[in-house]
Design a protein around this ligand. Structure first.
Ligand code: DGJ
Length: 764
């Protein structure tokens, strides 16, 4: 069902989702759009100059009222004005939906279009709108989706610049929760090509700047650390210009009220469903209006739009939470777990895997792999993953990438033979690829030296001796697809780890003309999405795990194709607390690849107890990254118990509601928990980094339980009410707190505990 055009509508027409709690109304007299559900309201207004203005995004407010008073036009000194003779309409001070630069607004714009005469001025006038049930697909791009028309409603606002002859369509989808998805589309109706120099997915002006800015930033081996600072006048931004979303900054930001915390207060989260160069920016002007921009990074972006062509931006998702950061995260988790991730594995608990990388690196034989797999099977592991080094001449990092054919010197019976041997052990078999890369020492490069991204006549920088294949070219993607298809179709492969280990430099495609070189970064990512799409369609039951030297491309775009991602190359339990805590701000626990590895740890050389390594990894997809033959028999028994535990509780751990309880960024203790939908089962993880002398008593207030249920707690006597555990807390005091230390119960530094809470005597 579709309503289109204001002229067909009365003063206040609505289209309801089928009895569900969402709605979009348009008040024709005032030109006001109101998108709302039980949790949120989003208000926009057609401005006197025909542009679209922003009035409100926040907690649900009443429908049908005249909110046009929110359009404040008070004149300011030194302003320029849009209307002749009228001194109260300057875009400089008005909150907008898709701001343009240079026609009285001087802030960073949402769009910039270079036209034939050299002008970059745009003037998008409201023309029409359409309201549809459900959510349309974005061609060639990952995006959130609805499975039935009742799950969401989409408003498309049609605008037009009559001078440049460009149409602009702004898309808004409201779901049943606090999330709203946005994107923009430009269509060239003119007779000449234009160049899009900037086309953001989201632009939104907030009326004040009383916020703290939250970003997820870091580097290789310490991805997505939480950084919070006060929002100030001027521009604050995170971005990537590396050709992938990057270890350094995640395409995410949140604004929280200074008084908001994990559990209460107003938070707005912004997340970009994209894996390439991005910009996420807040610009606070000197009247304290805050403009948020999010989308493809405008630097090095120049998209030529020929007559009749259109350009669709990636999608941005906004979440409003009145329940603090945890509330924001739960909304993102639900949407991204259920309506961004797709396919066979979306709702299934993830297999417990063993990966040979840290056990062998490149130094393996088939015999050694089988030994690792056998012991893993004995301990209960379900999936064996063969990492880098199985193909071409890949016995070191200087050769082989691009030649996706098994190396017969290492695997005499090929991938098929190895997969059969692993399956015969009663395990599934998984395989590593790095599809986007090539070594110069490879047959593929020798055949097609012109297939790499490099600028002719200039030095080509390598990264780990590898070069990036030009995925903006269809023939390159086709060739890689056929090689991978042959391997995956010719053997029983149940899992693929898709790695990507370098950023793009000297960006240039030999296949594109000079005036299209600004398209390469985006076309590259479209090529990656195309390959993912073809492989996941051809092999719908293969579980894809993304990876980019750990978490260098851990973003919502990739999550659409690969429901889990290797969160970081850093497998140290203490480092992982911060990485997984930060990752959980936006991404569901079912997407966080997490393994137990050896000690001393290979990234930070720290020794942590085996139980703590597992207690951290179990809040994720869970697996092992070591040779279990090389640990003691006693430790092997522990591993068996860990795997039994994970099999018993992975449903709640991976798909339950997740609550962060205590931040590893704030002190010596971290804690989090997962609760099932019925509130009858919860798992709490408690972690103490360093042990002190004579430490204080400890309690942690839990979340998400049923106030009235009584719970039994593993390892504890008696029962505890939900309201008790949530208000006075779970006692975590241990033997390290005072005298009379029982040495057997105290592991000292890097200790942790898991508490399982089971509700008794409920009707559930
Ligand atoms: C980087 C990944 O993050 C590692 O897990 C491993 O797969 C190596 N690449 C292999 O080269």
């Amino acid at each position: 069902m579709c309503l289109r055009g204001i002229h067909k509508l009365g003063m206040c027409k609505k289209l309801r989702g089928n009895g569900v709690n969402m709605n979009i109304i348009y008040q024709e007299e005032k030109g006001i759009f109101h998108l709302y559900n039980d949790e949120i309201s989003y208000l926009m207004m057609v401005l006197p100059n025909g542009h679209l203005g922003q009035l409100y995004f926040g907690k649900r407010i009443g429908e049908g009222k005249d909110y046009s008073y929110l359009l404040e036009r008070m004149p300011r000194a030194m302003s320029s004005y849009v209307f002749d003779e009228e001194k109260n309409f300057s875009l400089a001070h008005i909150k907008q939906e898709y701001g343009v630069y240079g026609t009285t607004d001087f802030r960073s714009p949402a769009v910039e279009i270079l036209q034939k005469n050299g002008s970059r001025i745009s003037d998008f006038q409201f023309k029409d709108f359409a309201i549809t049930k459900g959510k349309p697909k974005l061609p060639g791009l990952p995006a959130t989706y609805t499975e039935s028309p009742e799950e969401g409603m989409t408003l498309t606002v049609f605008l037009e610049d009559p001078v440049a002859n460009i149409r602009l369509e702004l898309l808004y989808t409201i779901f049943e929760t606090g999330a709203l998805a946005r994107s923009a589309r430009m269509i060239n109706d003119g007779e000449d090509p234009v160049h899009l120099l900037r086309a953001m997915s989201l632009c939104m002006d907030l009326p004040d700047s009383d916020y703290e800015w939250v970003q997820l930033s870091g580097a290789w081996a310490r991805e997505r650390h939480v950084k919070i600072r006060k929002l100030e006048q001027g521009i604050q931004a995170v971005d990537s210009m590396r050709g992938h979303s990057s270890h350094e900054h995640n395409p995410f930001l949140a604004l929280k009220r200074p008084t908001a915390d994990e559990f209460q207060g107003e938070v707005i989260g912004f997340s970009l469903v994209y894996s390439g160069n991005f910009l996420a920016q807040a610009q606070v002007d000197t009247h304290d209006t805050t403009r948020i921009l999010m989308g493809i990074h405008p630097s090095w972006f120049d998209w030529k739009l020929e007559t009749g062509e259109s350009f669709q931006t990636p999608e941005a998702v906004m979440v409003y939470s009145a329940e603090g950061l945890n509330g924001m995260s739960r909304t993102f988790h639900k949407l991204y777990r259920e309506r961004l991730a797709r396919g066979y594995w979306r709702d299934r608990v993830r297999p417990i895997l063993i990966n040979n990388w840290e056990a062998t690196y490149f130094d393996f034989t088939e015999k050694r792999l089988i030994e690792i797999a056998k012991k893993a099977k004995e301990c209960g592991v379900e999936l064996f993953v063969l990492d880098d080094g199985w193909f071409g001449q890949r016995s070191h990092e200087k050769a082989g990438l691009g030649d996706w054919v098994a190396n017969p010197e290492r695997l005499a019976d090929g991938i098929q033979g190895l997969a059969e041997k692993i399956e015969a052990l009663g395990m599934k078999f998984g395989l590593w690829f790095e599809p986007e890369m090539v070594n110069k020492d490879s047959d593929l490069y020798r055949e097609h030296p012109d297939w790499i991204i490099e600028t002719p006549g200039r030095h080509s920088s390598h990264g780990r001796f590898q070069y990036v294949l030009d995925f903006s070219r269809k023939e390159v993607v086709d060739r890689i697809y056929h090689m991978m298809e042959k391997i995956l179709g010719g053997a029983k492969v149940s899992y693929v780890k898709w790695d990507m280990n370098r950023s793009i430099t000297e960006c240039y495609s030999r296949a594109l003309p000079a005036d299209r070189q600004g398209e390469v970064f985006h076309r590259y990512i479209l090529g990656v999405y195309d390959l993912y799409d073809r492989l996941t369609s051809r092999f719908p039951e293969i579980l894809f795990e993304s990876c980019a030297s750990g978490g260098g491309r851990f973003d919502p775009g990739i999550l659409y194709y690969a429901p889990q991602g290797w969160a970081s190359d850093d497998s140290d339990a203490v480092e992982r607390l911060k990485i997984q805590y930060g990752t959980s701000f936006c991404y569901p626990i079912s997407s966080i690849g997490s393994h137990v590895s050896v000690t001393p740890n290979h990234q930070v050389y720290r020794n942590t107890p085996l139980h703590t390594r597992a207690n951290v990894a179990c809040f994720g997809t869970f697996g092992y990254e070591l040779d279990l033959n090389k640990i003691s028999e006693e430790e092997q028994e522990q591993v068996k118990e860990q795997i039994c535990f994970m099999k018993k509780y992975r449903e709640v751990l991976q798909f339950g509601d997740f609550y962060r309880l205590r931040s590893p960024f704030d002190g010596n203790v971290a804690a989090w928990m997962a609760v099932n939908a019925e509130r009858t089962l919860a798992v709490v993880g408690w972690y103490r980094i360093l042990c002190g002398a004579n430490m204080p008593y400890g309690r942690i207030k839990l979340q998400g339980l049923n106030e009235e249920y009584s719970y039994e707690i593993s390892g504890r006597e008696g029962y505890y009410f939900g309201n008790e555990l949530m208000n006075l807390g779970l006692v975590t005091t241990d033997y390290a707190s005072g005298e009379g230390v029982d040495r057997d119960l105290c592991t000292g530094d890097f200790d942790s505990r898991i508490f399982v809470l089971t509700a008794k005597d409920t009707d559930q």
